[in-house]
Structure formats: structure tokens, C-alpha cells
Design a protein around this ligand. Structure first.
Ligand code: GLY
Length: 281
């Protein structure tokens, strides 16, 4: 049994993309969402807390997930999200879903089914049949960015939680990079972007292609499972990423309560609560 609930959340690597005036607002929002989600975790499971936290992040247009998602180069918003129950070792996700408010809720719903990852039109159909109403996640800011052909390279949100029973859960949600080839699949709805088991949980952020090439989240968790400390496992993956000139960051928790965040370059906005208080970076 864990001695204390732990929580870490991120608002993406390089989310500023030159917009330095947004820095304070991003940190404030992360701090507030971390606070609310930790309070929720004190009376819930890691699974429930991860869904709760990702929903809040998807609702904040400052972040590139849910409302405020970026636009692909055909003018359409397509979002992806993954959820992993570490205790059950069960991964579910949606890839390039459209017209829903909370992609993470559709990913969560898929945990009830034998087939747990759906993409494109069929993920939308599944969402409608499951009762998720039509929703337009477009914001004026994203529309203006698209019109001015501003594309990014990153943008994701993630939550990893450890509950009182020692169970870990991880969730990740993204609106992609903006201006990408329609239908591009990022790392977020894969085990490179989001992975958890009974030993550790990881959510990645950064350039999806880099993250997938190194199977980042699954590899860190496997290293911990094989006996490495979380700090060593993360350091090794970050060093490997730097050698490849990769751009990514991670947030991680182990079942023994270790919390680590690191990055290959650039800023990862994150906030964590280790039971003694919140820290936001
Ligand atoms: N990590 C988000 C993306 O590459 O789309």
C-alpha cells in the first residue's frame, strides 16, 4: 500500500512557442489544476483522478488538447488521447477523434470493451453511440494561428497518479502539432506516449515522432520494472534522446512514490503534489 497519494501533471513541452506572455498563465493554470486534482485523488482512485485532471486540462484553451486543440493542414481539428490503468495493465485510446469535448472520456469508455483503441470516423461513431454529444473544440486563437499558417512542433497534456492502494494510472491528450498532414498520429495514443503498470507510470510530451522512435514511456516503465531506479531510468532515456537530438519530456511516478520529470531540451511545464505540497515549474 502506498503511504501517500502522489500526482504529477504536465501542460506540454515548449507550449509557449514564442508566446512568453503566456508563461505565467500556464503555470497558474497548472498549479490550480494540480491542486484540484490532488484534492480529488485524496478521495478517489488513481484512475478517477487521472480522468478528472485530464478533463480539466482539456477544458483549458491555454493547452493544446480538447478545447484549444490545434488544427491540421486541411482545416480540421483531430485529437488523440490515451488512458492506462496500471493495476489492470490495460491501455485504451482514441486516435484522431473529432467533435467531442473530452477525448479522454472516450478513451476511458473503451476500457469497458474488448477492443480498446479506435481511430478516425469509427471513434467518432463510437463516441456518439456511447452518448458523447457533438462539440466544437475550436477557439478563436487557434483559428487565427491556422489562418496565419503558424504551425508548432509540440503540445500535449498529461497526468500520472498514485493512489492510496499503490495503484498507478496515466493519461495523455493532445491536439497534435498544428498544420500536420491530416491524419498524422502522434505519440499520445500509443504506449510511447502513455504507459503504466504496477511499478511506474509515464506521460510523454514533445515531438511525437521522436517519442515513438524511442518508445519512451514504455521503455522507462520497463526499466523500472527491471530494477532501475526511476531517476536512472529517466536519465538514461533523456540522455539517449539528447544523443539523437530528440525533443521530448516526461512526467513519471513509481509505486514507491518517487516522482521525476525531465526533458531533452526546452521547457516542460509541469506541476506535482508529493503529499507535502505543490510545486510548479
Ligand atoms: N506529442 C504530441 C504530438 O507530437 O503531437
Amino acid at each position: 500500500m502506498a503511504q501517500q497519494q502522489k500526482l504529477i501533471i504536465h501542460g506540454g513541452a515548449g507550449s509557449l512557442e514564442g508566446n512568453i506572455e503566456r508563461e505565467e498563465a500556464i503555470r497558474q493554470s497548472l498549479q490550480s489544476i494540480c491542486e484540484k486534482t490532488y484534492a480529488f485523488l485524496l478521495r478517489s482512485s488513481a484512475n478517477e483522478a487521472v480522468i478528472y485532471g485530464i478533463k480539466l486540462l482539456e477544458d483549458d484553451p491555454l493547452f493544446n488538447a480538447g478545447t484549444g486543440s490545434k488544427i491540421q493542414n486541411d482545416g480540421q481539428i483531430r485529437m488523440s488521447a490515451a488512458f492506462m490503468d496500471g493495476q489492470k495493465k490495460s491501455f485504451s485510446g482514441v486516435i484522431n477523434i473529432q467533435h467531442v469535448q473530452h477525448p479522454i472520456l472516450v478513451a476511458e469508455k473503451l476500457q469497458e470493451y474488448e477492443h480498446t483503441v479506435l481511430s478516425g470516423d469509427m471513434s467518432i461513431q463510437f463516441a456518439r453511440e456511447s452518448g458523447f454529444p457533438e462539440y466544437d473544440p475550436l477557439t478563436q486563437e487557434r483559428f487565427n494561428e491556422f489562418q496565419s499558417k503558424k504551425t508548432g512542433t509540440t503540445g500535449t497534456v498529461g497526468v500520472v497518479a498514485l493512489d492510496l492502494n499503490g495503484y498507478i494510472s496515466a493519461g495523455t491528450s493532445t491536439g497534435g502539432v498544428g498544420g500536420e498532414i491530416p491524419g498524422r498520429v502522434s505519440d499520445s495514443p500509443t504506449v510511447a506516449g502513455n504507459y503504466a503498470n504496477e511499478f511506474a507510470g509515464v506521460s510523454s510530451t514533445g515531438i511525437g515522432e521522436h517519442i515513438v522512435n524511442s518508445a519512451v514511456a514504455a521503455k522507462i516503465v520497463t526499466r523500472v520494472e527491471d530494477g532501475m531506479t526511476l531517476e536512472c531510468a529517466v536519465d538514461k532515456s533523456i540522455k539517449e534522446g539528447q544523443e539523437n537530438d530528440d525533443h521530448f519530456g516526461v512526467i513519471c511516478i513509481t509505486s514507491t512514490g518517487d516522482i521525476v520529470s525531465s526533458k531533452t531540451k526546452d521547457t516542460v511545464f509541469y506541476s506535482f503534489h508529493d503529499g507535502s505540497g505543490i510545486k510548479t515549474f
